[in-house]
Design a protein around this ligand. Structure first.
Ligand SMILES: Cc1cc2nc3c(=O)[nH]c(=O)nc-3n(C[C@H](O)[C@H](O)[C@H](O)COP(=O)(O)OP(=O)(O)OC[C@H]3O[C@@H](n4cnc5c(N)ncnc54)[C@H](O)[C@@H]3O)c2cc1C
Length: 823
């Protein structure tokens, strides 16, 4: 073959030259060079290769069309736009969907969706901690209310004790998010989350009672959208707990699809000319409603006489109604899995109030309710539920680790058996990554971000991981987790787990519709702009987003190919050391995710929305990309501690294995027009031959599990957000006490074993050798006492509660009669 080429290429063999040229071109595309630069590179290569005249004829016209916008629009973009409009290729988006998608901001999710994430940005994103004032609140009133609350008693008496309610009000627990100018504590999202985390570790009803007034509800809506008069009227009283709020959105026919609410508010003019509202509703599952003095309400506003000038149906609106208003019906309760917090239905018929007072934001807020709710949910979803999940998981880690260390079989702690090591490793690793995600997301919220997709990822994944952590915890504790009573640390949390899964966006829907469905449009660098341009028939806007999108797909194809071939090694890590390989794999996984997402969106268009098994797998892949970066960020923020390497590796190996599972599922199940088999066979085979990861090794799991079995600073750091009682007679305190003593006694037991091995003592259980060992001078008196104390503490720690028949019947009768009394 005789290709004429010039300059420095002269003299090189033809195939080397072709390879060199291809490498240069791929390199230019790999780094994401703009179209003009890529064109220059192509032209230069063509020239260097001495492209014949007919090659130039083929090359120049398309490049010219692509580079000149007026020509490109006239010849290509406008036609494509019309084709897409007439074929109905892209999803029709309803107004409520549009507002949900537009709510909030795009944060690091945009990086991960791009296929070319800025790793340095991920590695240095905000990771703030508490201020001194916030820490003092955590160490003071939060610790104190934990000490005051006995979860068993709360469950028996089916309410928090009066002194706890009073203390919560006195210390302004109901005003965590209310600004200081209104008498609240004005805590940051990080601190709000830390409070809920700690309270959860003590008692779920306590945490929920504090959490609800501080999440999506009257205080938050008023702070952002209330009129000055409304803020002055309500916020100081909400901060002190003089007013107790609830927020009612859910109805029998509108749960996950909250936009379908049927409750109504009708605008009318009173005789004195004041604008009034007449409200009717039927709501259910409303937390705190039975004890609320002010009811936040979402309803469809009707204005038949157009008194507000917004048409007859202004849309979903939020209002505040004092529960003492005539027509408000409260009082009944639901029983959410036996967890004793107030959760209730409420109805109202022809409840009348002045419109300017009632509607949040006054008349200007009419019809803005959905937008308000979506904006607040975009941020709030990242706080309460992840905090609940982390608080519960840290308690499991602490309690289960201690139990596995002190409970023995065949003279060995059960935590040393490989079968138990597996769930312990999962508990430890999950804790490391859940806390990483909680802090990472709160850092964004502290900085004023409202990342809707990231908070959905945080809510869905932390609550699902929590569900597996509590299951593992129950298994390791065995009968001790099942036998209810004051000593049981897990049973109540286990029962309450489905609550976290269902509220603030039920998990199935959050996974399949929000994380990827919403994410694909919101986080994608071009999709939302394209859909918007098509909907508005805006030719310029379409042209400005469509062609960069094509370039984006070409770049990600090259990146996915090259990073796949090198398993990420073609890229750099933003940090040195052991985490580097994970960062590089993250880059690779992001490139392939972005490419496959574009292929699916391009081939399926609006149909993708209905293929929830596919969107669910994309959501998993995207979620684990995010959780992996959060965990890597934690490792950096905490100074790359060597002792944390097993936890880091366990978390990242798990993350890549979960991405791989989603990847294989996608290749197996994506049924795409035209591309179908090409994608399934070579793509699926390639994915299996070249996996992102296979999960943690047994050795990594062992390292992770061992972090829970020893008292010390690493275990303390892993569980640092929870309340650990000092009282050795409390449930967790008893385990802690036993763990410390058993750990202190280990060297003494080793002395005994050595003496047996040397024949200085007979073969027997350690407890039977103590006297002889003391008499023989092998142990001191203090050492003998230590072993005896450790054995006593060990027996105490593994004991479970039992009741006389009378006590047993009384406790169930008490619950039943209080339930009957509340009807
Ligand atoms: C203890 C508790 C406290 C609550 N507190 C409040 C409160 O204070 N205020 C308030 O307004 N509400 C509250 N809720 C209501 C809560 O927000 C709803 O339960 C939730 O929105 C789900 O609605 P639903 O129960 O009607 O389930 P449904 O909407 O009937 O959903 C049932 C299942 O279907 C799934 N699903 C629904 N649609 C889709 C879809 N398109 N694709 C895939 N899956 C789908 C859901 O994920 C879920 O798994 C509370 C609920 C509970 C249980």
């Amino acid at each position: 073959m005789n290709i004429p080429y010039y300059g420095f290429l002269a003299g090189l063999p033809v195939w080397s030259t072709i390879l060199l040229g291809a490498a240069l071109l791929l390199g230019v595309i790999f780094v994401g060079a703009p179209l003009w630069l890529t064109t220059v590179a192509i032209t230069a290569l063509a020239f260097a290769f001495g492209l014949p005249w007919w090659g130039w004829v083929l090359l120049v016209p398309p490049l010219t069309v692509l580079l000149l916008p007026p020509l490109r629009r006239a010849l290509l973009s406008n036609r494509l736009l019309q084709l897409m409009r007439s074929s109905g290729f892209l999803p029709a988006i309803s107004d409520t969907e549009r507002e949900a998608i537009a709510a909030g901001t795009v944060w690091l999710d945009g990086e991960l969706f791009s296929g070319k994430p800025d790793l340095a940005r991920l590695a240095t994103a905000d990771y703030p901690d508490l201020s001194d004032e916030e820490r003092a609140f955590l160490d003071g009133p939060v610790e104190e209310v934990c000490r005051m609350t006995d979860d068993w008693r709360v469950h028996q008496e089916r309410d928090l004790p009066p002194e706890v309610w009073d203390y919560l009000k006195k210390e302004r627990f109901f005003g965590l998010i209310i600004g200081k100018q209104f008498g609240g504590l004005g805590l940051s999202p990080t601190a709000n989350s830390a409070v809920v985390t700690k309270l959860t570790s003590r008692s779920m009803p306590l945490a929920i009672t504090v959490m609800v007034p501080n999440s999506l509800g009257p205080a938050e809506l008023l702070s952002h959208y209330g009129t000055e008069a409304q803020k002055q009227r309500w916020l100081p009283a909400l901060a002190t707990g003089d007013e107790i709020p609830c927020f009612a959105l859910t109805e029998p026919g509108a749960g996950s699809d909250a936009g379908a609410i049927r409750s109504t508010g009708v605008v009318f003019r009173a005789e004195d000319g004041t604008l009034m509202l007449r409200l009717s509703w039927n709501k259910r599952y409303i937390t705190l409603a039975a004890v609320a003095s002010v009811l936040g309400l979402a309803f469809q506003l009707h204005d038949p006489d157009n008194l507000l000038g917004k048409g007859p149906q202004p849309g979903i609106t939020c209002a505040l109604i004092p529960t003492s208003t005539k027509g408000v019906v409260l009082g009944r309760r639901h029983d959410p899995m036996g967890v004793p917090f107030y959760n209730c239905p409420t109805t109202g018929a022809a409840v009348v109030g002045p419109l300017e007072d009632a509607i949040i934001g006054g008349a200007a807020g009419a019809g803005r309710g959905w937008q308000m709710l979506m904006e607040c949910l975009a941020a709030g979803r990242g706080i309460s539920r992840p905090a609940t999940a982390v608080g519960g998981a840290q308690l499991v880690a602490r309690a289960v680790g201690a139990y596995a260390a002190v409970r023995q079989q065949f003279g060995l702690p059960i935590g040393r058996f490989e079968g138990i090591e597996e769930p312990l490793a999962r508990i430890a690793g999950a804790n490391y990554l859940m806390e990483a995600s909680r802090r990472y997301v709160c850092g964004a919220l502290d900085a004023g971000q409202k990342p809707a997709v990231v908070t959905a990822i945080a809510k869905y994944n932390t609550t699902e991981i929590w569900r597996s952590v509590i299951n593992d915890g129950m298994d390791v504790l065995g009968g001790a987790a099942i036998s209810r009573g004051p000593r049981n640390l897990l049973a109540n949390s286990y029962a309450g787990t489905p609550i976290c899964i269902t509220v603030e966006g039920a998990n199935i829907l959050t996974r399949t519709l929000m994380i990827f469905g919403q994410g694909a449009i919101r986080c994608h660098p071009y999709a939302f702009r394209e859909i918007d341009a098509i909907a508005r028939n805006d030719q310029h806007a379409f042209d400005r987003s469509f062609w960069p999108h094509v370039g984006h797909v070409v770049r990600n194809s090259v990146r996915a190919l090259l990073l796949g071939l090198t398993r990420g090694r073609l890229t750099w890590s933003p940090v040195p050391g052991a985490a580097g390989r994970h960062w590089r794999r993250l880059n690779w996984a992001s490139a392939e995710f972005a490419l496959l997402a574009d292929v699916a969106m391009g081939a399926l268009g609006g149909d993708l929305k209905r293929k929830e098994k596919i969107t669910g797998r994309f959501a998993d892949w995207f979620s684990w990309l995010f959780l992996a970066s959060a965990t890597l960020r934690r490792f950096e923020a905490e100074g790359r501690r060597n002792e944390d390497l097993p936890l880091l590796h366990w978390s990242l190996d798990t993350a890549f294995a979960r991405m791989q599972q989603a990847r294989e599922g996608l290749f197996d199940n994506l049924r795409l027009p035209v591309l179908g088999h090409a994608l399934r066979w070579p793509g699926g085979l390639w994915a299996r031959l070249n996996p992102f990861g296979k999960g943690p090794t047994d050795a990594t799991g062992q390292g992770a599990a061992r972090t829970l079995l020893q008292p010390g600073s690493q275990r303390d750091r892993l569980t640092q957000r929870i309340h650990v009682p000092n009282d050795p007679h409390s449930a967790l305190g008893r385990l802690e006490h036993a763990l410390q003593l058993c750990s202190d006694a280990e060297p003494v037991l080793k002395k005994l074993k050595d003496a047996v091995r040397q024949g200085r003592l007979p073969k027997a259980r350690p407890a039977q050798l103590l006297d002889q060992a003391c008499e023989g001078g092998i142990l001191s008196e203090a050492e003998r006492r230590l072993v005896q104390d450790a054995e006593t503490a060990r027996s105490e720690a593994i004991a479970v509660d039992s009741f006389t028949l009378d006590e047993y019947l009384r406790s169930s009768e008490q619950g039943a009669s209080e339930l009957a009394g509340s009807r």
